[in-house]
Design a protein around this ligand. Structure first.
Ligand code: CA
Length: 225
């Protein structure tokens, strides 16, 4: 289960990393806000642990930018600040839970389990070009017209919309769509993409799903002028 720990205290970060590894979590460490944004752009994490006191950028600003950039995973905020206002603004900025330092590892793990059990994070509506997508109901519309997507098509479209302008690889789609190795069928991705393209074209959307040979797919807006 891939996690990202954003923490500039090297000792704490690496201590957490090795403790969590024993519990079956594979954690990357980012030591500042820039590294966190780069890690989230390059990887898909199931959960992010975010320290608010970072050397280059306020942790809340990092969180806002990660959410604006499409991070959908739950975020557990770590902070030495005990102020209630900080807690509230942390949750407003897109945090899902909060833990004050210093904390005991079992408590952190309990919070992680709870966040991961919640399943899909409650991300708000995603808009891209003329497409509106509601992840909770998996409904997508263009100019108010419902596209009528299947669950798999909605998953594929959601992944593209959360990474606007960035490439999503076939294996990322496969990993998201199929839980078990024996279910995996990469050829289906082309089918889902082709159906999505047809539905977007039928709705006269300006958005276009571009194929990048050997890399994957990316959604682009205004492609038809
Ligand atoms: Ca810190």
């Amino acid at each position: 289960m891939p996690l990202l720990i954003v923490e500039d205290d090297r000792e704490l970060a690496h201590g957490l990393c090795s403790s969590l590894a024993q519990s079956g979590y594979a954690a990357d460490v980012a030591a500042d806000g820039r590294a966190a944004m780069a890690a989230c752009a390059a990887n898909t994490y199931d959960l992010v642990i975010l320290d608010l006191g970072l050397p280059d950028m306020d942790g809340l600003e990092v969180l806002r930018r990660l959410r604006a950039g499409g991070l959908a995973a739950p975020v557990l905020i770590l902070t030495a600040r005990f102020d209630l206002d900080d807690r509230v603004s942390g949750l407003d900025a897109g945090g899902d839970d909060y833990l004050a330092k210093p904390f005991e590892l079992p408590e952190l793990e309990a919070r992680l389990r709870a966040l991961l059990r919640r399943g899909l994070p409650q991300v708000s509506r995603v808009s891209f070009g003329d497409i509106d997508f509601e992840p909770a109901t998996r409904q997508a519309s263009v100019h108010g017209r419902e596209l009528g997507l299947t669950a798999a098509e909605a998953t594929v479209l959601g992944m593209l919309l959360r990474r606007p302008g960035r490439v999503v690889s076939k294996s990322q789609f496969v990993d998201e769509l199929y839980d078990h190795a024996d279910e995996k069928n990469p050829a289906m991705i082309e089918v889902f993409i082709s159906r999505l393209r047809r539905k977007l074209a039928d709705a006269q959307s300006d958005a276009m799903i571009r194929a990048l040979r050997g890399l994957g797919y990316r959604i682009e807006a205004g492609a038809h002028g």
